[in-house]
Design a protein around this ligand. Structure first.
Ligand SMILES: *[C@@H]1O[C@H](CO)[C@@H](O)[C@H](O)[C@H]1NC(C)=O
Ligand SMILES: *[C@@H]1O[C@H](CO)[C@@H](O)[C@H](O)[C@H]1NC(C)=O
Ligand SMILES: *[C@@H]1O[C@H](CO)[C@@H](O)[C@H](O)[C@H]1NC(C)=O
Length: 443
C-alpha cells in the first residue's frame, strides 16, 4: 500500500515527513546514540582474547557478562581488526543500551550446531562494523548443512545490525526471530549455491531491512509468520534463491508487508509466496519495483508447494496483495510460467492485483497460470468466488517489457559449494540507479 493510501493516521503523519516509512508502524533501530554507548569499551583483548586466537568465543562471552552487563550507562563490546577463530558459540542475553562493534574477521572452526552468535532479549542495541570490514566467515563448504547458523537475533527490541559481512554459513546466515523495531542495512551475505543457505529470514513486528546483497541458493530476504509491518527495500538477490513469504503453515498471521526496489539476477524466483495446506491469513502486501534477469520462476504464488509437507488446514488465505511495476525475464517460459498464481482450493485468494508487471522469457514463449485466484491482471478471475481448476493463458511479449538493467558485479554462476568463498566488500549500490539509504561505514 502506498503511503498516501494508508488507513492509519499515525502512518500518514510519518509518511508526510518521509516516504520511507510506508509500511512501518514507528521508528526502528537503537533508541540511544552510538556515542552514548562508548563511555565503556569492553574490548575482547582485555577479557582473555587475542588476535589469532583459536577460540574468541569465551572472550566475547566474558566481555559481555563482566563488562557490558555491568556498565551502568551503556557499553560497547569491541572486537578489534584482526583474524580470530571461534569454536564455542555465545548467547548474549538481556543486554540494554549496548553495541557489538565487530571490526575483525571471525572464522568458524567447530561444527557444533546452533548459532555462532545469539543476541537475545536485547533492547537499544547496535551490531555493526565501524569500517564495513567486520565479517563472519562460516566456511560452510567444510560442513554443508551440518554446522551452526551465523547470527540469530531473538526477541530483541529497538536494535540495528549494519555494515557487517556474512560469508558461507553452514546453514542460515541471519535469522530474526520475533522482537520489534529492528533495522538491518548495508550488509552482504554470500552463501554456497545450494539449499539451506538462507540469507535473511525475519518474523516479528516493525522491521526495516534495506540495502542488502545476498548470494546463495535459498532465501534472499524472506518474511515468515507471524509478522506485521515489515519493509524490505533496495535488495540485490545476486544468484540467490530469491525472496519470499513463507513457507507458511497453520495459523499464519502476516500483514502490512512492503517490498520495493528488488533486483534479482539469476536464482530460483523473482518473488514467491509458498505454502502447502495451512491456515490463517496473509494480507496487505505490496511488491513494487522489481527488476529481474534469468530467474527460473517469476511471480510465483504456489499454495501447493511440493518442497513443503502439507500443513493442517484448508489453505492460507491470501488477500489484498499487489504486484506493481515489475520488469524482467525468466529463463525458460516453456517449462515454467513467468506469472503463476496457484491458490488453495480451500481458501481462494482474493484481491490479488497484478499491475504493470512485464515479465517475459529468454526463450520467447510463455504461459501464465492461475488457480482459485481472484483479482485483476494476468489470468486472474475478477470478483470473488469458489475454487476453480488451473487455467493457462499463453502470452506474447508484454509491449512495455524493456531489457532489465544490470548491476556491476553480477555473477553468471553461484559460488561453489565445495571450496572457500572469499569475503567480499560491501558494494556501493544494491539496486540499479540508487544509493544506499544510509551512508556505508568506512566510506
Ligand atoms: C523501544 O523504544 C520505544 C521508544 O522508541 C519504547 O517506547 C519501547 O518501550 C522500547 N521497547 C522496549 C521493549 O523497551
Ligand atoms: C493453530 O491454532 C489452533 C487453535 O488455536 C491450535 O489448536 C493449533 O495447535 C495451532 N497450530 C499451530 C501449528 O500453531
Ligand atoms: C554480487 O555482487 C558482488 C558485489 O558485492 C559481486 O562482487 C559479485 O560478483 C556478485 N555476485 C555474487 C555471486 O556475489
Amino acid at each position: 500500500m502506498a503511503c498516501g493510501f494508508s488507513r492509519l493516521t499515525a502512518l500518514l503523519a510519518l509518511c508526510s515527513i518521509s516516504g520511507s516509512l510506508a509500511q512501518l508502524s514507528g521508528s526502528v533501530g537503537p533508541t540511544s546514540s552510538l556515542s552514548s554507548k562508548q563511555g565503556t569499551i569492553c574490548n575482547v583483548l582485555n577479557y582473555g582474547g587475542s588476535v589469532g586466537s583459536s577460540d574468541i568465543g569465551p572472550a566475547i562471552g566474558k566481555a559481555f557478562s563482566d563488562c557490558v552487563t555491568k556498565a551502568t550507562n551503556g557499553a560497547t563490546l569491541y572486537v578489534p581488526p584482526g583474524n580470530y577463530n571461534m569454536q564455542t558459540w555465545q548467547t548474549l542475553n538481556h543486554g540494554t543500551k549496548w553495541a557489538f562493534q565487530l571490526d575483525g574477521v571471525i572464522t568458524r572452526t567447530s561444527t557444533t550446531g546452533g548459532n555462532m552468535i545469539v543476541i537475545q532479549n536485547a533492547n537499544d542495541f547496535e551490531f555493526f562494523s565501524s569500517t564495513g570490514k567486520g565479517a563472519i566467515q562460516g566456511n560452510g563448504y567444510q560442513c554443508r548443512n551440518a554446522g551452526p547458523r551465523l547470527i540469530r537475533v531473538v526477541t530483541s527490541n529497538n536494535w540495528s545490525l549494519h555494515d557487517i559481512i556474512m560469508v558461507d554459513s553452514p546453514e542460515f546466515h541471519l535469522v530474526i526471530q520475533d522482537g520489534s523495531n529492528g533495522e538491518v542495512y548495508n550488509t552482504v551475505i554470500r552463501g554456497g549455491n545450494l539449499g539451506g543457505s538462507d540469507g535473511i529470514d525475519v518474523w516479528g513486528t516493525n522491521y526495516w531491512i534495506h540495502d542488502i546483497e545476498v548470494t546463495n541458493r535459498d532465501e534472499c530476504v524472506t518474511v515468515k509468520s507471524p509478522a506485521n509491518h515489515i519493509q524490505v527495500e533496495q535488495i540485490w538477490c545476486n544468484q540467490s534463491g530469491g525472496s519470499a513469504i513463507g513457507s507458511l503453515g497453520a495459523n499464519t498471521t502476516i500483514q502490512n508487508v512492503l517490498y520495493r526496489n528488488v533486483y534479482t539476477n539469476g536464482g530460483n524466483q523473482i518473488f514467491m509466496i509458498k505454502s502447502n495446506g495451512g491456515s490463517g491469513t496473509v494480507q496487505n502486501v505490496n511488491l513494487e519495483n522489481f527488476i529481474a534477469r534469468n530467474t527460473a520462476y517469476g511471480l510465483d504464488i504456489d499454495q501447493y508447494w511440493s518442497s513443503q509437507s502439507t500443513a493442517p488446514g484448508n489453505g492460507v488465505q491470501l488477500k489484498d496483495i499487489t504486484f506493481s511495476n515489475w520488469d524482467g525475464f525468466i529463463t525458460d517460459g516453456a517449462r515454467r510460467a513467468p506469472i503463476q498464481v496457484l491458490c488453495a482450493d480451500g481458501a481462494p485468494c482474493t484481491d490479488i492485483n497484478i499491475n504493470n508487471v512485464n515479465l517475459w522469457a529468454a526463450n520467447n514463449q510463455a504461459t501464465n497460470k492461475c488457480r482459485s485466484a481472484y483479482g485483476t491482471g494476468a489470468c486472474l478471475k475478477s470478483g470473488s468466488g469458489g475454487s476453480y481448476s488451473q487455467v493457462t493463458k499463453t502470452i506474447s511479449k508484454p509491449p512495455a517489457f524493456t531489457t532489465p538493467a544490470t548491476m556491476s558485479g553480477d555473477l553468471s554462476d553461484g559460488f561453489p559449494t565445495n571450496s572457500p568463498i572469499p569475503i567480499p566488500t560491501i558494494p556501493p549500490s544494491f539496486f540499479p540507479g540508487t544509493q544506499p539509504l544510509k551512508a556505508l561505514a568506512g566510506k
